[in-house]
Design a protein around this ligand. Structure first.
Ligand code: ADP
Ligand code: ZN
Length: 733
């Protein structure tokens, strides 16, 4: 063959023809990565086909410069899979393949982490003060290291601070920080022992589900099951046994879990059952990831566990895909290519004749609807295992509490009393608030001035310990003013509460309690997180307070109280899924209580307790909620009854962004489908880019995809304006 078809990770054509130079001809094959010239640069692409002929004129065709791999990194099945989802999500084949294969799978010589620490902790305050004005990013790095009080992994710090490598490099050159290389084992969960199999007698309902799943597996017939089971009903046990069946048939399984649920506790549960488990999570170093990938590719792994990108794991004999907490928004990738791992999991299983189990106590309405339509088969697990009962949930009307206490309060009296009881009985409590920081707004009551990010249309959150106001979108930091910068009024207010404020109130109220705050400010690295969970498990913590980090998957039998501080804080969001999210979160958090022998109690504080999402979560009645919510969705033709695509137009020039949005929306309106907008996005500016959006809605999938395709050809992304298409968006912010 003389020509290769190369898929490039660019939002352009699916592939381009390149000439194969003779020296590469015997080595190249489909599925390998290559280096090719494109325009004036060199880029890495995937060889997806070969041909004798090319329609590109001989004097125009360029040649492949180099091969990256010695053997293919993707096989025909993975290419076919990528082709399918690229077409669905309107990205190019190259973009899809690029998202499927970790870039570091090529031989990597680093097998460890770069650990960063302060060179002279004694003088760090001075250095920060010196750098603050002119080099705020460098100051930010130093402050971060000061807070950590231990060496931090470089990439983790970069992710947290949303910064590039350059301020770190500069600080290294100035000898302000030290960098060391820490070797690590290729498998971070290396030391986990495998236990001898424990005979678990399944409950009747578990048995029924497993039998249905096994039957489909025996027939090697693709099918999707929705396991709708309350928290603690034994869903995971069903997954584990289904995997055992798959292994017995010589098949491999993929388990997708939300990243934050990928705790040592979860992983241990799988590792104890199966000797050959690969865990893919975002804190892996490139070398570790490459190692795991190779293990999977070589067929030595029975079970792969990971967050959304694990759906691309190169297993060759796929038998089963489990998507745990299938309703979780984190399964959707939030930048291009914006795939939904749960949805493409179903497609991958179909292409490879495998079985899918979607599990949740609060499924997405999309999956539930597919169940009702008999596209998926639903199994119900309505009760907790053994004598454990679902916790009792009590709603507290915070408006009434404030009236009766004659002041604004964050803690209701019933919550305080319940905490007292838990402490007395030496049990444990979990408190949930979905916001970090101390105060959510900093404003001036005299003139209405509000402290905002300089780069985003977002109020800054005041962090008391840091003595800084931070933007939670871009990481921008500002000094909180003592008096108003506009009218000089000396009474700036710090309003609203995040976990930091709640922690300080809690400490003042219960001075003897052992309290731990768990949010991304205190859990600086994975290590802190794992340590905190271990301490909680060992009974060294009485009250665990946290953000959504504590909402998922934690299974601690001594927890008898869960407090939800503000259950309806998400209800105001301008998103048609606001009620669904509120319900899901309340039920998930509540589910952390009463998992052991002692029954659990949940105190749910709300400013709007009559809302149906709150009411339904009190009885933890999924079907009741779904019934009401479905009615709204049906009337408005939102998913699952209609399909939507969101267009996001971004750029630095506000006027140009607006005009572009209007132009594309006008074009969209020509093809008759329902168009909502254009309008400024609810977050109208992020990182100095103005954002407009509009939504395309249709009743049929085929109809809307056709319009999307037509529009795609019309849209041209330029350097100054970026247009993104989000098929089946899960966020409208
Ligand atoms: P879920 O995934 O629905 O939250 P789990 O599978 O974690 O539920 O089960 C909750 C607890 O009950 C776990 O500690 C699990 O080991 C235990 N368990 C599950 N099924 C059984 C069973 N059939 N018999 C005894 N214990 C079980
Ligand atoms: Zn910002």
């Amino acid at each position: 063959m003389s020509y290769a078809q190369i898929a490039l990770p660019l939002p352009l054509e699916d592939f381009y023809d390149y000439w194969i130079p003779p020296e590469l001809a015997s080595r190249i094959s489909v599925g390998m990565r290559v280096r090719v010239p494109f325009g004036r640069r060199m880029i890495t692409g995937f060889c997806v086909g070969m041909a004798e002929q090319s329609h590109v004129p001989a004097d125009k065709i360029k040649e492949i410069s180099d091969l990256i791999d010695n053997k293919p990194v993707v096989d025909d099945r993975m290419i076919a899979f990528a082709r399918w989802w690229a077409a669905y999500y309107q990205c190019s084949l190259g973009e899809a393949l690029d998202a499927s294969v970790p870039s570091e799978t090529k031989e990597s010589h680093t097998s460890g982490n770069y650990m960063i620490s302060l060179a002279s902790p004694e003088t760090v305050e001075e250095s920060i003060a010196q750098l603050q004005e002119k080099y705020p990013l460098q100051a930010r790095v130093l402050r971060f290291l000061k807070e950590c009080q231990m060496p931090v992994e470089r990439e983790e710090m970069r992710r947290k601070l949303k910064i590039s490598l350059s301020p770190i490099k500069t600080l290294m050159q100035k000898n302000s920080i030290l960098c060391s290389f820490q070797e690590n084992s290729p498998d971070p969960f290396y030391n986990c022992p495998t236990l001898p199999p424990r005979a678990v007698m399944l409950t009747a309902m578990q048995k029924q589900s497993l039998e249905g799943i096994t039957k489909a597996m025996e027939e090697e017939k693709f099918q999707t099951f929705l396991l709708l089971g309350v928290t603690g009903s034994g869903k995971t046990e069903v997954y584990l046994q289904a995997m055992e069946r798959a292994i017995a048939k010589g098949k491999e399984s993929i388990v997708l879990v939300p990243e934050i649920a990928l705790t040592p506790q979860t992983v241990t549960r799988f590792k104890q059952r199966f000797p050959k488990v690969a865990v893919l999570h975002s804190a892996l170093t490139p070398a570790q990831r490459a190692y795991q990938w190779k293990q999977i590719d070589s067929g030595q792994i029975q079970v792969v566990i990971g967050p959304r990108s694990a759906i691309f794991a190169p297993v060759h004999k796929l038998g089963l895909i489990v998507v745990d907490e299938e309703h979780e928004p984190s399964f959707k990738q939030q930048n291009t290519p914006r795939y939904h791992a749960r949805d493409i999991a179903v497609k991958r299983a179909q292409m490879e004749n495998a079985i899918v189990i979607l599990g949740s106590a609060t499924p997405s309405l999309e999956s539930y609807y597919n169940g009702l339509q008999k596209k998926y088969h639903i199994f119900y697990l309505p009760q907790r295992i053994g004598t454990a009962k679902l916790p009792k949930i009590f709603a507290i009307d915070m408006r009434e509490e404030c009236r009766e206490q004659k002041k604004f309060v964050y803690f209701s009296r019933p919550l305080i009393r319940s905490l007292e009881k838990v402490l007395q009985a030496q049990e444990q409590a979990i408190l949930f608030l979905n916001r970090r920081g101390f105060a959510t707004t900093v404003n001036c009551p005299a003139c209405g001035y509000e402290l905002k990010c300089q780069h985003c249309e977002i109020s800054l959150t005041y962090h008391k310990k840091k003595k800084q106001a931070l933007c939670h979108y871009c990481g921008y930091e500002a000094q909180a003013p003592d008096d108003c910068p506009v009218c000089h009024f000396q009474g700036i207010r710090f309003l609203g509460a995040g976990t930091e404020r709640i922690e300080s109130i809690l400490k003042a109220t219960f001075p003897n309690a052992r309290i731990r705050r768990m949010d991304s400010d205190t859990m600086i690295s994975r290590h802190h997180y794992e340590e905190a969970l271990q301490d909680f498990s060992d009974g060294k913590i009485d009250i665990l307070l946290g953000t959504q980090m504590i909402a998922k998957g934690l299974d601690f039998p001594k927890v008898t109280l869960v407090g939800i501080l503000s259950a309806d804080s998400g209800l105001q969001l301008p998103d048609f899924r606001a009620a669904e999210r509120t319900f899901q979160l309340s039920v998930q958090v509540a589910g952390r209580a009463g998992r052991g022998e002692k029954p659990g109690v949940v105190i749910l504080q709300s400013w709007n307790p009559a809302h149906y999402a709150i009411q339904a979560s009190l009885s933890q009645d999924y079907e009741k909620f779904a019934k009401i919510e479905m009615e709204f969705r049906k009337q408005t033709q939102y998913p699952p009854f209609g399909k939507i695509i969101r267009f996001i137009i971004e750029g630095q020039d506000e006027k140009a962004v607006k005009e572009k949005a209007q132009e594309i929306a006008k074009k969209a309106k020509e093809s008759s489908t329902c168009v909502i907008g254009p309008a400024p996005a609810p977050i109208s500016k992020i990182k100095d880019k103005y954002r407009w959006h509009f939504i395309l809605k249709a009743s049929k999938s085929s109809e809307i995809l056709q319009s999307a395709k037509a529009l795609k050809n019309f849209i041209t992304t330029t350097k100054s304006i970026k247009v993104q298409m989000d098929i089946d968006p899960i966020s409208l912010l």
